[in-house]
Design a protein around this ligand. Sequence first.
Ligand code: NAP
Length: 241
Amino acid sequence: MNPFSLAGQVALVTGANTGIGQAIAVAMAQAGAEVIAAGRRDCDETLALTGGGRQMRLDFGDPMAARDVFARERIDILVNNAGIIRRADAVDFTEADWDAVIDVNLKALFFTCQAFARAALPRGRGKIINIASLLSFQGGIRVPSYTASKHGVAGLTRLMANEWASRGLNVNAIAPGYIETNNTQALRDDPERSAAILDRIPARRWGRPEDIGQSAVFLAAPASDYINGAVLNVDGGWLAR
Ligand code: NAP
């Protein structure tokens, strides 16, 4: 058996229509998984790239949206990738921008994990991969609800690993560095911020969505069966500085 293969596994990826989620869906399909590309809009482009699999409408405008998904069918791998960011000075930050980000990035993530675990724990096997951030470790600037949510994702990843590791569920997270997606378009459009960021990355390049896709395959595969509660930095060395 190839310990890096996902053959025979069913993987559900949230926010799979674009960016990091799309790259994870493609990498998992390449590793042999049957992929369910979940999104609040269509995932046709992703399915064209995976060359198979199916899609599911999942909008975390309702943070409990995934409550019934895992009882309906066997899903072996869950990737909680859907996430949003709102930028404003802390002194001006609104309750609406607080609630919107916490609901999608933290509340929906936790209750999707819970729904998955209720189905997977009796089977004694399953993999959860949460998408965290450098702002699970650092404070950032002008993104208070995002920083709070991503610190929360790291903490919850450890909590769920503590409760479920002995019962066959691996719960881990990936902390992407600065990756070329919609999420970072505003930063890349600002020449000063963009140059400052690049200058601080030891690898001297922005990350590509595929960099995260391959790491997710590892955390979904049997090769990582003894990894529990880890937050894997995939950041070109950013946090090492
Ligand atoms: P992105 O291109 O903006 O993708 C975010 C994904 O989340 C999209 O598919 C988006 O759908 C989906 N989403 C947002 N709100 C949703 C909702 N209410 N219900 C369902 N899906 C929703 O950004 P990305 O960079 O690929 O982000 C993916 C994850 O990586 C996020 O959790 C983000 O915080 C994290 N991350 C990114 C970076 C980076 O440098 N790019 C760094 C660290 C962490 P729509 O397309 O419909 O908006």
